[in-house]
Design a protein around this ligand. Structure first.
Ligand code: FPP
Length: 244
């Protein structure tokens, strides 16, 4: 049986978050955008703990999009440094909590040091099974569909792929189906995140900027999800109904 929270009801198996609003949060306080991203990292820590405690099986975070390379060089460099530090600092806690770390995106575009940290962190947490934390770096939904199509064509034996067979080539292969996609920061867009995977996901847009997002806001998103679940009927039947 799927886990339930005390307040709400069914807990989504797979939650994704577009963590938007770091820059605006910083600018409103006269801080640099990089300081906004550092505050964003603290909110990320809270979110990982929150969803792991609620029994969510997979949490996918949009940390750096394919388009983010076009930001000012200083901001990109500060973000890359932040990712290296974050992996180093968070790894012991993730290991202790039994959380598996996985990175999706065009990782060959990143500096070698970051690439090797990603690989090491994945290897060191590969046996963990409390929750899978998926960090999307250099990720784009169109990139994902294209790389899957390319690999499928290379490996295909001339048979048409059905959706399940095709999904095995997406970067999210093996994760539970995406149930809930949250975006903070007030915008109501998917911004080239999990385009294929969000096909049947519930979408939840929060006004809070990412650095100010905490337990209350995240619980609010779970409550919204829970109410929508009730409207659509039983969770286990949702998928069948959605495809009907
Ligand atoms: C979007 O806010 C945020 C980002 C592009 C960076 C997100 C990164 C973190 C929160 C650090 C987390 C790190 C790990 C390793 C998961 P924005 O800059 O677009 O904000 P704005 O819309 O207010 O300008």
């Amino acid at each position: 049986m799927a886990p339930h929270s005390v307040e709400t009801g069914p807990i989504p198996a797979h939650v994704a978050v577009i963590m938007d609003g770091n820059g605006r949060w910083a600018e409103a306080r006269g801080l640099s955008r990089s300081e906004g991203h550092r505050a964003g990292l603290k909110a990320t820590r809270r979110a990982v703990e929150f969803f792991a405690n609620r029994g969510v099986r997979a949490l996918t975070l949009f940390a750096f999009s394919s388009e983010n390379w076009q930001r000012p060089r200083a901001e990109v460099e500060a973000l890359l440094d932040l990712f290296v530090t974050a992996i180093e600092e968070e790894l012991p806690e993730l290991r202790q909590k039994g959380i598996r770390l996985r990175f999706i995106g065009a990782r060959e575009q990143f500096p070698r040091e970051l690439q090797s940290r990603m690989g090491e962190a994945e290897a060191q947490t590969a046996a963990n099974d409390t929750m899978t934390l998926v960090v999307a770096l250099g990720y784009g939904g169109r990139w994902d569909i294209l790389q899957a199509a390319r690999r499928w064509i290379r490996q295909s034996t001339g048979t048409d792929p059905d959706p399940e067979a095709f999904e095995a080539f997406l970067s999210t292969a093996g994760l539970p189906e995406l149930d809930l996609l949250i975006r903070t920061g007030g915008e109501q867009r998917i911004s080239n995140f999990l385009l294929w995977q969000a096909a049947y996901a519930e979408l939840c847009f929060l006004d809070a900027l990412w650095p100010e997002t905490g337990e209350a806001e995240l619980q609010g998103a779970l409550d919204i999800y829970s109410r929508r679940q009730r409207r659509f009927g039983l969770t286990s039947e949702r998928r069948g109904a959605a495809h009907a």
